[in-house]
Design a protein around this ligand. Sequence first.
Ligand SMILES: Cc1cc2nc3c(=O)[nH]c(=O)nc-3n(C[C@H](O)[C@H](O)[C@H](O)COP(=O)(O)OP(=O)(O)OC[C@H]3O[C@@H](n4cnc5c(N)ncnc54)[C@H](O)[C@@H]3O)c2cc1C
Length: 560
Amino acid sequence: MIAKHDVLVVGAGCAGMRAAIEAFDAGADVAMISKIHPTRSHSGAAEGGINAALGNASEDNPEIHAYDTVKGSDYLGDQDAIEILCEEAPADVYQLENWGAVFSRTEDGRIAQRPFGAAGAPRTAYAADITGHVLVQVLWEQVCKRDIPTYEEYFAWQLVENDGRCQGVVCWDLLEGGLKTIGAKTVILATGGAGRLYTGTTNAYSCTGDGMSMALRAGLGLKDMEMMQFHPTTLAPTGVLITEGCRGEGAFLLNKDGERFLKRYAPNTMELASRDVISRAEQMEIDAGRGVDGNVLLDLRHLGAERIIERLPGSRELAMTFLGVDPIYDPIPVRPGAHYHMGGVATDVWGQTELTGLYAAGECACVSVHGANRLGGNALMETITFGKRAGSHAAEWALSHTTVDVPDSVERDAERDLTALLERTDGERPWSIRDELASSMHENFGVFRRERQMEQQGKVVAGLRDRYQRVVVEDKGEVFNTDLTQAIELDFLLDLAECMVVAGIERKESRGAHARPDDYPVRDDENFLQHTIVHLVDGSPQLSWEPVRMTKWQPQERKY
Ligand SMILES: Cc1cc2nc3c(=O)[nH]c(=O)nc-3n(C[C@H](O)[C@H](O)[C@H](O)COP(=O)(O)OP(=O)(O)OC[C@H]3O[C@@H](n4cnc5c(N)ncnc54)[C@H](O)[C@@H]3O)c2cc1C
């Protein structure tokens, strides 16, 4: 063990940094681990904004925000957690502002708010279309101001469980090489999403679900893993995101005939329906031959050059760089792409998991505020509000407990696993397995789910897992061995794919992101108003169910 801390945060995106700041301010000795430099975390790619019922653009309050979120979740969100998110969001956003977040402004100088999908009021606070970048910089400044140490370019690999508690993390030191174990009274997982399970994802290369898989292997349950959100406006073939903010500002979605096709799917809200509804509508248009080379068209031209340049400069630049299309003059071809994992490590409203001393927050956690479908702008808010809460609880727990103990056997076992992986010379390279995993997930577990395809995907993943047993890491070196970390990331991704397929097959209904048009086209509250929970039992995923925590909203038919 190279060091010990009260609170060790794994991940330094918005959730991890916010958690670390809160734990520090509560008096704990806190440190962060990050496999990449903190400001390069995927949070920095968030464009459109962060939701809080500030009421700056129209009448709004936390209760309406909560209702929109419950409905948006297709009633799978846990309502106690949703109420907390919406109540605490306004103060949390003003705190970010006080720390220096330069939000875009109204004429009279208040924080501006734009409309986002399925929101009853313009509620999304934004900094042009680089909101995540701004938040990450502001949080990093606060981390630096407090001198919170960061183990940068440390790759967390295994959780240390000892005496029924999580007491640290075994890491690979990317810069110097070698396994390094850091002990801690409490560990907060804030490792982000797993979009890299798919080809055509908006997610950064670092989004490989590491924390979810580490928790699974430590015996914890992953919740609602079948719920992968597809964002309606991504560029082919890269998956680069064009923000929902474009539609918030008034952009149209058109098919090849120039028709605003959403009038047939979401006549009341049109382009501002929820993401699951729009992604399905687009896919149906494309499948019916009304797309343009596998895309539909996002038309911003009527907004005018001035507004596009002022409000959506980043989106314009992305379209020009990646497609050579200037949205001032031409519509942008877009299609649904894998974007956000509503599922993750099951936690309570303080980020606590089933294992004492282990917490999770941000996209790797499932508390669950997004249920079966997340509303745009709610993820950033979740990282802040629940990052803060996890940091606070973890610090409190750590300050009232004293010991940290990591048995030597933990490090010995990890060393043995690593040697076995590195010493193998004959077998397959990881990238071919990774590419097949991502393309088959896209094909068989995408916007629409079909029993036959999900079963097929179960077999594909089992075959890939088999091949992974003989995977070869060619780089045997100590310094910046990304060949090694990518092989481990693939191992994590395979775990998650298995969980998703198991949960997806058993959810025999259509709810939010889980759409089964052929066999179970409607929501079935009688049987499936429940969360899926997957545990590893003797190495294989086992499914169980858990009730949704309801407070005051009963399920209704969901129309936009
Ligand atoms: C392109 C894009 C645009 C988005 N736009 C919006 C938006 O406008 N509004 C909104 O609300 N949401 C948006 N989202 C979603 C939202 O940004 C993310 O859900 C959120 O930022 C995730 O934050 P996080 O802190 O949980 O994880 P991340 O920001 O992904 O950070 C994960 C951290 O974990 C670390 N890590 C991971 N694995 C390991 C490991 N094994 N060892 C050590 N460290 C590790 C990484 O280094 C990183 O620091 C967007 C997402 C994308 C992809």
